[in-house]
Design a binder for this molecule. Structure first.
Ligand SMILES: NC(=O)c1ccc[n+]([C@@H]2O[C@H](COP(=O)([O-])OP(=O)(O)OC[C@H]3O[C@@H](n4cnc5c(N)ncnc54)[C@H](OP(=O)(O)O)[C@@H]3O)[C@@H](O)[C@H]2O)c1
Length: 273
């Protein structure tokens, strides 16, 4: 858990979209003082929502008063937007600011090049369950030791946090935990569709398929057994589960699809770097 000191740092968030909002809402839920947060986003609706919560909001960099020293600058813009526009935020960074980028692909060296005021740069790959404190996040910095406490304090309020020592591994991390929730949402969507195909009405199909996904995920979390054992434990010989799994596991098609899916995501991360 974050100590009170981490929750009172002066924090600038640039980009209040899906990920920026998820992190910000997570921090607010964990008791961060809203008036210590400054948010820049183009969307008026987003800004209004956070303004109502007590966050300082700005539509562009020019509106931010000069002379504020930020402890943390959370960069949550799309990678393409960062490449084109991030230099305009350089003036908001001081020697003591820790720049935290959650952008896929963009390397620490590139960030330092685009934002020359940034002496302290950390990359964090979060995922959207962070908004309910169930995220899994990975950090990398070329001088990690100085920021371990600050970054772990801030991000461990949003879920599990791990460090990696090799920045190249961020591509794999992005493909697995960063993009992963979407794969599982798609799996859940296909599961609901299959339930409807078997004749269940829309509501019941949703309830049964989604509660099964949620229950199974909770069981993974709470059980000491690994996922293979959990699967084997519910597969009676010649039973219904075995019949279903035989179709699902035939020719390792799903395994190959998952490999292709993760490889494509990692490849895209490399392309963005
Ligand atoms: N979404 C995820 O699950 C996820 C997971 C891990 C990491 N990430 C990383 O998080 C970053 C943000 O992704 P996202 O999904 O949150 O994107 P997003 O929803 O598009 O959020 C970006 C926000 O920044 C705003 N914006 C764009 N240009 C701006 C500017 N010059 N000044 C101020 N605000 C500006 C956008 O406004 P407009 O909508 O008006 O353009 C939008 O509200 C990406 O780098 C991504 O790699 C995302």
């Amino acid at each position: 858990m974050a100590e009170q000191s981490e929750l009172e740092k002066k924090i600038l968030v640039v980009g209040g979209g899906r990920m920026g909002s998820a992190i910000l809402n997570g921090w607010l839920q964990q008791g961060m003082t809203p008036s210590s947060i400054y948010l820049i986003d183009r969307g008026l609706e987003t800004l209004e929502g956070f303004k109502d919560k007590g966050v300082h909001t700005f539509q562009n960099v020019e509106e931010v008063p000069a002379g504020i020293t930020f402890d943390v600058f959370l960069l949550a813009l799309k990678p393409q937007v960062i490449i084109q526009q991030v230099t305009e935020f350089n003036r908001l960074i001081s020697d003591s600011t820790c720049l935290v980028s959650v952008a896929a692909g963009i390397m620490v060296a590139t960030l330092k090049q685009m934002l020359p005021n940034a002496k302290n740069v950390v990359r964090v790959m979060p995922n959207t369950p962070a908004m309910i404190g169930k995220g899994v996040m990975v950090g990398y910095s070329d001088k990690q030791a100085e920021f371990v406490k600050l970054i772990e304090g801030l991000f461990s309020t949003l879920g599990r946090f791990f460090w990696i020592a090799d920045e190249q591994q961020m591509h794999a991390v992005t493909a697995i935990s960063g993009s992963g929730p979407a794969y599982l949402f798609y799996f859940a969507q296909c599961f609901v569709e299959s339930a409807k195909t078997l004749g269940l009405d829309e509501n019941l199909a949703q309830e049964l398929a989604l509660e099964t996904v949620i229950g199974a995920a909770n069981l993974i979390e709470q059980s000491d057994d690994d996922v293979e054992i959990l699967r084997k434990n519910v597969t009676s010989p010649n039973g219904t589960t075995q019949a279903g799994l035989e179709a699902l596991m035939a020719d390792s098609i799903l395994k190959q699809l998952m490999e292709a899916c993760c490889q494509q995501a990692a490849k895209r991360s490399v392309e963005l770097s």
